[in-house]
Design a protein around this ligand. Structure first.
Ligand SMILES: Nc1ncnc2c1ncn2[C@@H]1O[C@H](COP(=O)(O)OP(=O)(O)OP(=O)(O)O)[C@@H](O)[C@H]1O
Length: 398
């Protein structure tokens, strides 16, 4: 049977649910005579028998005198807004991060096995989503933690056989959430004899993915400036997968990828579809409290409240403080001074409205915007000031 070996000089957190895989992993650490580790357990109190899992873990830790950190979750599940599995995962990993900080440990061991590896790939294939990696990665990241999966070459049957042989107690998870249901479906039609050929397929898919990722990195790194991604003509002609991966990579670089996680990639798909098919010079999409904007050849993302239209009437000098709302307030202030303070003025970024009612450099502002290709970013973030009487705009937004 395959075993795994870990470095004795490294410290680990060990994620133990009490199920067969993690009990096997924990037992292997004892067999390897590792001592630098802290066992972490989350009791979700989701099932009636959750406490039983905790007791199994606790008993094992007491037997071998191991450090155990646990989180006892007190949550009314009828009020949970998101899917239990993704909420549970986040709760679990945030707890690991907290315990990691407490002990100064950066590595967490999780007990995914060879069957999980194959099943994850088959699930990814069925869902047709663009995975970061096909199957499961030996090492991945969650915030500052390294998630290590040392058991990816061990079969479930080997684990169960060994636990039985050694009479090691473990818990049986009786929940059947959507994702587990799907997994069970896949599991039922899967034989361990078929693993080798599926693993070969995964290897080839990951090699192709590595190549594609190099091209994605190249595009994004060469077409980004000031946090904006440039949409070239050639880019629009690329396939949807390439565009989606670029959008995701860009969001990762500007540290906004959290906005599209846990949304089953639908948002990234929508963005990519718009990039590919829309001929409009401007479109925007709200994503949580942010707004993603396509602006001529660029896309950018800003806090949605910054894009909200605001208008102020400046009747006297005393009203001037209102213009501080806008990033170009100094420019507006100077324009009013230069105009010899002939109040009243209107200061506004409500461009969809004022562009039809005002004049810029002798033209309807709408015409001026089109002729000068004025960026939507500037229309949204910068304000104009115009005389209430003449409707002439006194400052230029470029
Ligand atoms: N309640 C828990 N307490 C501590 N560790 C847990 C708990 N649940 C799961 N784990 C750890 O995570 C591993 C994977 O568990 P499981 O397959 O249920 O989760 P997953 O959602 O598929 O995986 P992941 O944790 O990578 O998102 C377990 O083998 C164990 O190491």
């Amino acid at each position: 049977m395959n075993k795994f070996k870990l470095n004795k000089d490294t410290s680990y957190l060990v994620a133990v649910s009490g199920g067969p895989d993690s009990m096997f992993m924990l037992n292997s650490l004892i067999e390897q005579e590792l001592t630098n580790f802290v066992v972490c357990h989350v009791n979700y109190n989701f099932r009636k028998d959750s406490n039983n899992d905790f007791k199994i873990v606790k008993k094992f830790c007491e037997k071998y005198n191991l450090k155990l950190e646990f989180l006892n979750v007190d949550q009314d599940y009828s009020e949970l807004k998101e899917n239990f599995e993704s909420w549970a995962r986040k709760t679990r990993y945030d707890f690991f991060v907290k315990i990691g900080n407490k002990y100064g440990i950066k590595n967490i061991l999780v007990a995914h096995n060879r069957n999980d590896f194959v099943e994850t790939y088959l699930l990814q294939k069925e869902r047709k989503n663009y995975a970061k990696y096909y199957g499961l990665n030996k090492v991945s990241k969650y915030k500052e933690m390294n998630i290590i999966r040392p058991m990816l070459n061990i079969l479930k049957s080997e684990i169960l056989h060994y636990l039985q042989q050694q009479e090691i107690e473990f818990a049986i998870d009786s929940t059947n959430t959507d994702i587990k249901y799907k997994r069970n479906e896949i599991r039922a039609s899967l034989k361990e004899e078929d693993f080798a050929s599926i693993e070969n397929e995964i290897k080839i898919k990951n090699q192709e993915l590595n190549k594609l990722n190099l091209e994605v990195d190249w595009y994004v790194n060469n077409n980004m400036s000031a946090e904006e991604l440039v949409i070239t003509k050639n880019f629009k002609d690329e396939n949807l997968e390439f565009i989606q991966r670029c959008v995701y990579k860009w969001l990762e670089i500007i540290k906004k990828d959290h906005l599209v996680q846990n949304r089953s990639n639908k948002t990234v798909f929508e963005i990519a579809k718009n990039i590919k098919t829309s001929h409009k010079v401007f479109w925007s999409m709200n994503i949580e409290n942010y707004c993603l904007v396509k602006d001529y050849e660029n896309i950018f993302i800003i806090k949605a409240d910054l894009t909200y239209p605001k208008s102020f009437e400046i009747k006297t000098k005393e009203d001037l403080y209102k213009i501080e709302e806008f990033i170009n307030w100094l420019d507006i202030f100077n324009a009013i001074k230069k105009n010899k303070e002939k109040y009243p003025y209107v200061v506004t970024n409500d461009y969809t409205k004022y562009k039809f009612e005002t004049y810029t450099l002798g033209k309807k502002t709408n015409r001026y915007f089109i002729d000068k290709k004025i960026r939507y970013k500037n229309r949204m973030l910068k304000a104009v000031v115009y005389s209430k009487r003449t409707k002439k705009i006194l400052n230029n937004i470029k």
